[in-house]
Write a protein that binds this ligand. Structure first.
Ligand code: PEP
Length: 251
């Protein structure tokens, strides 16, 4: 049985004040041992603060990215060991914004997933097609290629500890959510692809959906057989919405 997971990606949003408030509000209303893994991924500069605030709570900490180099002369970069040092357990790799705005290739994403897993972080590997790719009918091909690069570059061994997040680019931050059926179709393909490498891994790997998840559409998505929770952007910045989505994953 795969335990659902809901992760909040704050992206480049937040402040010390927002971090304090959000963590307190989520923590206050989150039922103890609710059966769902809850993760928050604030910007780097708030990780340490968040780690202190989360100390007594059943919320885990994640980063939004990492660099593959070790500590040293890499100005502006953050190493896996630094994330571990501030108690991060998770790290997002290959978010579509990293791919499109910072030119991260499939191979670079695979490298990041490999280093994260090697150092003991849990990578959340994002895959997903653009609007144009969906219209061109190549969704399956694109998602397969992105995941294949990770399976080849980092090894199937990083799963089931690592997670996959299917995030159709056209649904991220747009208010356009994939229907539960559209999402399930791709999630099933992802599971079949994992299964080609290992049936056990396919059975145990959690595959999250991300793209305009809100409290009112979360239940329909999370009750699909191959959807094991969500990677949440905008709605993770509002405690009530994030809690509503977590509750949908509980039921
Ligand atoms: C995301 O940033 O990964 C995301 C899914 O954003 P949103 O929920 O706002 O679409």
């Amino acid at each position: 049985m795969r335990r659902p997971l809901v992760a909040g990606n704050w992206k480049m949003n937040g402040s010390r004040e927002l971090t304090r408030g959000l963590v307190a509000e989520i923590g206050a209303d989150l039922p103890n041992d609710c059966g769902v893994d809850v993760v928050v991924c604030p910007p780097y500069v708030y990780l340490d603060m968040c780690s202190n605030l989360l100390e007594s709570q059943s919320i885990a900490l994640g980063a939004q990215d990492l660099d593959t180099h070790g500590p040293g002369a890499f100005t502006g970069a953050i190493a896996a060991d630094m994330l571990l040092d501030v108690d991060c357990r998770f790290v997002i790799v290959g978010h579509s914004e990293r791919r499109s705005l910072y030119g991260e290739s499939d191979e670079r994403v695979a490298e990041k997933a490999a280093v994260a897993a090697e150092r003991g972080l849990i990578p959340i590997v994002c895959v997903g097609e653009t609007q144009e790719e969906r219209e061109d009918g190549v969704t399956e091909e694109v998602v397969h290629r992105q995941l294949d690069a990770v399976i080849r570059g980092a090894g199937i061994k990083i799963f089931p500890q690592a997670l996959v997040a299917y995030e159709p680019v056209w649904a991220i931050g747009t208010g356009l959510t994939a229907t539960a059926q559209q999402a399930q179709e791709v999630h099933q393909l992802i599971r079949e692809q994992l299964s080609d490498a290992s049936a056990e891994v396919a059975r145990d790997t959690r595959v999250l959906y991300g793209g305009s998840v809100k409290p009112d559409n979360a239940l329909g998505l999370f009750t699909q057989p191959d959807i094991d929770g969500g990677l949440i952007g905008g709605a993770s910045l509002k405690a009530a919405d994030f809690l509503g989505i977590i509750k949908a994953a509980i039921s």
